[in-house]
Ligand binder design. Structure first.
Ligand code: GDP
Ligand code: MG
Length: 298
């Protein structure tokens, strides 16, 4: 083993909408995680790998903690988020500016004492009164939980270098676990389903995003064109109507913006077919979740 190389797992956790996925995309300099202001945007756990000189940081992006455990899918996401706080070297606990509550406190307290916890105070760009930042940091310091407290803006690119330096300082020595040029463990096929889900979320009302799941039924490259056939699952006939829109206009717009982004990401031409299917009550049915791609054992 080369004693100078460092490598470790760093989980990004926190409430939904804190900016975890935006932070990961910023650090990696490319989009691997979809983002939106709506909850449930991130449903899975996946890796983002940054290798720079001797350091390899393996980030784990997670679904945010969802308050209330009402639906099976919410319970699944909370489980994925809690699991991600175990067995890692560092936890980045991300909060939306100065929002800090009892729930946050008990979550960070439940993390093993062997794990380094860094508090990431995100969205400082939108803080109206910057004078509140220092007292907030002092209060959290008193709690004696965090090795560092770093104010950042993932969106406006503030404080990211400080954060990376703090992570690298705490990273254990060890061989790199992934090839230097690997950025993520997600497949292009999975990324395609996520991009389509993001476009649906962005174009639809607040309730519908919870009911949507994407299944990629074909993903193949032929003569420089990537052919993607994708089924969009909803739970009710009325939701199907909303998704398709007047004379198919909504679905067409979702398809066009998905295709454009996929062409950029995959660097090929893309032929995208989408259609909508109804699968009644899938998001609250434990036994249907694995077949929809939500499987804790995977
Ligand atoms: P996640 O649920 O924690 O993964 O949050 P996302 O990364 O999906 O971001 C949630 C929303 O917050 C999106 O609309 C982002 O554009 C926004 N956001 C993320 N970081 C910042 C930031 O530093 N400043 C501001 N003003 N907005 C941000
Ligand atoms: Mg996210």
């Amino acid at each position: 083993m080369n004693p100078k190389t460092k490598s470790g797992y760093v989980s990004i956790v926190g409430k939904t909408n804190a900016g975890k996925s935006t932070l990961l995309n910023n650090i990696l300099g490319q989009k691997i995680a979809i983002t939106s202001r709506k909850p449930q945007t991130t449903r899975h756990r996946f890796l983002g790998i940054k290798t720079e000189n001797l350091n390899q940081i393996i980030f784990v992006d997670t679904p945010g903690f969802h308050s209330g455990q009402k639906r099976a899918l919410n319970r699944y996401m909370n489980k994925v988020a809690s699991n991600a706080m175990r067995g890692v070297d560092i936890v980045l606990y991300v909060v939306d500016s100065l929002k800090w509550g009892e729930e946050d406190f008990s979550r960070v307290q439940s993390i093993s004492e062997e794990t380094t916890i860094i508090l990431v105070v995100n969205k400082v760009d939108k803080l109206e009164d910057k004078n509140l930042l220092l007292p907030f940091i002092e209060e959290r310091n008193k709690e004696d939980i965090f090795s560092n407290i770093i104010p950042i803006s993932a969106l406006k690119d503030i404080g990211i270098d400080d954060l990376l330096n703090s992570i690298c300082n705490k990273l254990p020595e060890g061989d790199h676990l992934y090839p230097e040029d690997q950025v993520t463990d997600i497949s292009e096929k999975f990324l395609a389903s996520e991009i389509i889900r993001e476009k649906c979320i962005n174009r639809l009302g607040d309730e519908l995003p919870y009911r949507i799941s994407i299944s990629i039924e074909r993903f193949s490259e032929l003569n420089g064109i990537t052919h993607i056939d994708s089924a969009i699952f909803v739970e009710k006939q009325s939701q199907k109507g909303m998704l398709i829109g007047k004379s198919g206009s909504q679905l067409k717009a979702i398809g066009t913006s998905s295709r454009k982004e996929l062409e950029k990401l995959l660097d090929t031409k893309v032929m995208l077919k989408t259609w909508v299917k109804v699968k009644s009550g899938w998001s609250d049915n434990e036994s249907l979740l694995p077949s929809m791609g939500y499987d804790l054992d995977k």
